[in-house]
Write a protein that binds this ligand. Structure first.
Ligand SMILES: C[S@@+](CC[C@H](N)C(=O)[O-])C[C@H]1O[C@@H](n2cnc3c(N)ncnc32)[C@H](O)[C@@H]1O
Ligand SMILES: CC(C)=CCC/C(C)=C/COP(=O)(O)OP(=O)(O)O
Ligand SMILES: [Mg+2]
Length: 294
C-alpha cells in the first residue's frame, strides 16, 4: 500500500496510508482543511471537539437575555451541550460495555466522542478517520488528557480496518456513514463485532416516504461532498450483514431546536436553512439505529 508523509502538530514526521479511491482523497482533503468556528469555538468550551449535531430542548434560562453582552458565549455553550447530549444518546444505545471491552468509532473526526465514551465506560476506544489532521488532533487531545493508552485515532478507511474479527464489543458511526457504501460498511462492522456486540449509528437520511432526495438533501450533499442514503438502504444493508435492529429512534423533532438556535448565532455556515426545511417538509430524517450483531 502506498503512503504519504504527514507532519504532526508536535513536528514529528509520519506516514499515512494513501486514500483507496479519488473520492476518499477528496474527503481527506476536505477534513484536513476544515476549521469552521462553529466546530472549534464549541469544542473550546470543554475540550470535546465534535463534528455532529445536537439534540434536546433549549435551556432558555441558561441562555438568558439576548441583549446581554454574555449571550453569544452562552449560546455557544448551549449548542455544545446539545451536541454532547447527542453523543450521550448514542452511548445509551451501546448496551453494557465493560472496562476490558474495545469500542470502535468509525469516522471519528476530532475525537470528542471517543473521549466521552472512554470517560463513560473506562474502556479502550479506537477511532479511524481519513484525515491525518483530525487523527493528529484527536491523539493530541488524548495525550493532553493523559488517556492516550485508551483512546487512539488512526488514519484508515473505515471499510478496511486493522481490527481483528470479532474483537469489538461495540462500534458506531456518528454522522459518518454518508461517505461510504452501506453494504461495505455494515459488512466491516459485522466482521469486527463479536456475536452479541452492538452497532449504533446516528445519521441523517432521506425519507422514502418523500419519494426521492429533495432539493434540500441535494444541497446538504453538495455542501459536505457526501452522499446521504435513504432509511430503507440502512435497514437493508444491516439485514444483509447479520445486524438486527433493536431500536430505531426518530430524532428529527429533537434536533430541530438545535438548528433553530444555531440559525440565530454568529457562527452560521449557510447550511442551516437546508436542514431546517428538509426536516420540516419530511424529506430528511435524523435517525438513531442500534443493531445487534447476531
Ligand atoms: C462529519 S464527521 C463526523 C466525526 C465524528 N463521528 C463526530 O461525531 O464528531 C465525518 C468523519 O467521517 C470520516 N470519514 C469519511 N469517510 C471515511 C472513510 N471511508 N474512512 C474513515 N473515515 C471516514 C471523516 O474523515 C470525518 O472524520
Ligand atoms: C446529518 C448529516 C447529513 C451530516 C453530514 C456529515 C457532517 C458534515 C456532519 C457535521 O459535521 P460538522 O460538525 O463539521 O458540520 P458543521 O460545520 O455544519 O457544524
Ligand atoms: Mg459542527
Amino acid at each position: 500500500m502506498t503512503s504519504t508523509e504527514f507532519t504532526t502538530a508536535d513536528g514529528t514526521c509520519t506516514f499515512v496510508p494513501a486514500p483507496t479511491t479519488p473520492y476518499q482523497g477528496d474527503i481527506a482533503r476536505y477534513w484536513n482543511n476544515e476549521a469552521r468556528p462553529v466546530n472549534l469555538r464549541l469544542g473550546d468550551v470543554d475540550g470535546l471537539y465534535h463534528h455532529h449535531y445536537g439534540v434536546g430542548e433549549i435551556d432558555r434560562a441558561a441562555l438568558g437575555d439576548p441583549a446581554d453582552s454574555a449571550y453569544e458565549k452562552k449560546l455557544i455553550a448551549e449548542l455544545h451541550r446539545l451536541e454532547s447530549a447527542q453523543a450521550d444518546i448514542l452511548f445509551d444505545s451501546l448496551g453494557a460495555i465493560g472496562r476490558d471491552d474495545l469500542l470502535v468509532d468509525a469516522g471519528c473526526g476530532r475525537g470528542g466522542s471517543m473521549v466521552m465514551a472512554h470517560q463513560r465506560f473506562g474502556c479502550k476506544v479506537e477511532g479511524v478517520t481519513l484525515s491525518a489532521k483530525q487523527a493528529d488532533f484527536a491523539n493530541g487531545r488524548a495525550k493532553e488528557l493523559g488517556i492516550e493508552g485508551h483512546v487512539q485515532a488512526r488514519v484508515c478507511n473505515m471499510l478496511d480496518t486493522p481490527f481483528e474479527t470479532g474483537q469489538a464489543a461495540g462500534s458506531w458511526n456518528n454522522e459518518s456513514s454518508m461517505y461510504v457504501d452501506l453494504h461495505d460498511l455494515m459488512a466491516e462492522h459485522a466482521r469486527i463485532l463479536g456475536v452479541g456486540g452492538r452497532y449504533v449509528t446516528i445519521t441523517g437520511c432521506w425519507n422514502p416516504k418523500y419519494g426521492q432526495p429533495s432539493k434540500w438533501v441535494s444541497q446538504i450533499n453538495a455542501h459536505f461532498e457526501c452522499n446521504i442514503h435513504s432509511r430503507r438502504e440502512y435497514l437493508r444493508a444491516m439485514a444483509d450483514n447479520r445486524l438486527v435492529p433493536n431500536a430505531i429512534v426518530d430524532l428529527t423533532a429533537a434536533t430541530l431546536p438545535y438548528w433553530e438556535l444555531r440559525a440565530t448565532s454568529s457562527l452560521v455556515t449557510g447550511i442551516e436553512e437546508a436542514f431546517i426545511e428538509s426536516y420540516k417538509d419530511g424529506s430528511f430524517q435524523y435517525l438513531l439505529i442500534a443493531a445487534d450483531r447476531v
